[in-house]
Structure formats: C-alpha cells, structure tokens
Design a protein around this ligand. Structure first.
Ligand code: ATP
Ligand code: MG
Length: 277
C-alpha cells in the first residue's frame, strides 16, 4: 500500500501540490490526468523522491519514504522504478548494457560495477528484453531504435530493479499511436502478471480510460476526481479540465510542457563507466 498523507509541495509562491491525500493498494493500475501544470509530474517525482515534499508523509508499507536518507533512500528508489517521456537511455550504448544499468542500484560501489555484470544478470536482462518482445535489438545501439522500442528498453531496465512500483511520467507522450499502444499494453501486462503497482501520468483521457482501472484527476495541485473508467463522464472530465480544456483532454497532439524539467540527476557510477570506455 502506498499512502500519501497531507502532502504539499511549493516552488516559491507556486503551490504545485496542495494537501493531497491518496491511497493506492499494491497491484493497482492508476492513471493520473489533468491539464498542464496540474501537478502530475510533481506528485510522481515526490513519490520517487526526485524532489521532496514541503509537507506531509509518503508511506509505503508503513515506512515514511519522504524521510529516508542514504542507502535506505537508494533502496526505495530501486523499489519504485521511474519511466520518463524521453526514455532516458544512453543512446551510444547497446540495448543490453542499457538494460543492465537497471542493476546499478543493486550494487554498492563503482568497483563492483566495473567488474562487469554476472552471467545471471545478463540472463535476467535478456529475459526482460524477451518479455518486452525486443530481444533481437539487444546488441543494437539504443539510439538507433524507434521511440516505441526505446521506451520498451526503458521498461526492461526498470524491471531489472525488481521494483514493487512502476511510476511512469507520460510514457507515451512522444510516441505515435501504434507504439503508444504497445507500450501501454506492456505496462498493463506487467501490472497484471507481476502484480506491480503502476502509476502513470497520461495526457489524454481516452488512454487512461482504456488502460487504467483507476483514474485520478488533478487540477491546480488538488485531486478533483478519483474513480473507475466508467465514472469518468463528460461532466467529470469538465471538472478536471475545465470547459476550455476539454479539447486538450482528447487531443493526442498536446504533450507535456515540462520535458526539460524531467531530466534526472546524472548517475556518478554511470559517468564512470562511460569515461572508462
Ligand atoms: N522545478 C520547478 N520549479 C518551479 N516550479 C515548478 C517546478 N516544477 C514544477 N513547477 C510548477 O509546479 C506546477 C505543477 O507542475 P507539474 O510539472 O507537476 O505539472 P504537470 O501536471 O506535470 O504538467 P504537464 O502536463 O505540463 O507535464 C506548475 O505550476 C509548475 O510550473
Ligand atoms: Mg508533467
């Protein structure tokens, strides 16, 4: 169970998340929708601790992850894998190595990493790629893959963390409709078969309705809707998006405006590997 209690996040005078309360049972597939600036990314990034809440608690299985430091924090970030709109692969490394990078959080020092990956880890990486139907790309440079394939590599990398939760911030916003569907089906399949909790920000209402069992609607940092796909009537959509936002709610052309802010911190271990090549 993931439990968000009275969480607020301010950026200067902006209140990005305004006293949010939310409970997500293990194994649920949740879509978060809302207009640009509603606070969707901020909420996901706080759960993963890419940013810290200004107030409130984020409890996972009873532990307040908002208070974790050092190795405990790294363990939590391993338990909740994050997937980004822009994939965040290393384009000049091959697919297999990109997937193996998901094991970084399982290793304590740079040294252990530089001592190449074990046979088990390689087998695990190939299995993850097979799981996502892209094993044949294993030796290709990640940068040469289509967007949909790259996002599936990112999901395979996330699986290497053995996570309990997958957080995806607009995972299909940069993809064409066909690739978008394949990626959403992969996430749903992982949710159903592995019982992982999946929380994903989505920019269109239809995708959320089609793939998620529960939909959270946000507006100005608050949750204004929480229900199943069938509860998401036009009236409910108007409450989330506002009358003038209804066009955006159904338009595949509108994507996140905050791509540049989504870039995570560089990983020192990764920099070391790249420098050693
Ligand atoms: N690092 C930051 N510094 C300052 N303001 C920020 C920062 N991150 C987010 N905000 C502000 O917080 C609010 C919520 O932003 P957030 O990125 O969470 O929205 P979003 O719902 O993900 O939007 P989008 O659909 O465009 O991705 C916005 O007003 C935004 O400008
Ligand atoms: Mg966002």
């Amino acid at each position: 169970m993931l439990k968000i209690e009275n969480v607020t996040r301010r950026f200067g005078n902006t209140i990005a998340i305004d006293n949010v309360n939310l409970e997500i049972p293990q194994g649920q597939m949740v879509g978060i929708i809302g207009r640009s600036g509603a606070g969707k990314s901020t909420l996901l990034r706080m759960i993963n601790r890419l940013i810290d809440p200004s107030e409130g608690s984020i409890l996972f299985e009873g532990t307040d992850v908002a208070k974790l430091r050092g190795s405990h924090l790294r363990n939590w970030q391993r338990d909740c894998a994050m997937i980004f709109q822009q994939f965040n692969l290393v384009p000049r490394l091959d697919v297999l190595t990109n997937v193996l990078l998901g094991r970084l959080n399982h290793r304590s020092t740079i040294k252990s990493f530089l001592g190449i990956f074990s046979r088990e880890e390689r087998a695990m990486a190939i299995a993850a790629l097979e799981r996502l139907d892209i094993a044949k790309t294993a030796l290709q440079r990640a940068g040469t893959l289509s967007g949909g394939q790259q996002q599936r590599v990112a999901i395979a990398r996330a699986l290497m963390q053995n996570p309990k939760v997958i957080l995806a911030d607009e995972p299909i916003a940069s993809l064409d409709p066909r690739n978008a569907q394949v990626v959403m089906e992969s996430l749903r399949d992982i949710n159903e078969r592995e019982g992982l909790t999946v929380v994903t920000n989505l920019h269109t209402l239809d995708t959320a309705r089609h793939f998620c069992e529960r939909i959270i609607g946000m507006q100005c940092g608050k949750i204004v809707f929480d229900g199943g796909p069938d509860d998401l009537t036009e009236l409910a959509a108007r409450r989330i998006y506002g009358a003038d936002g209804m066009k955006d709610a159904f338009s595949e052309a509108i994507t996140s405006t905050s791509i540049s802010r989504g870039t995570p911190k560089p990983i020192p271990e990764l920099e070391a590997i790249l420098a050693a090549r």
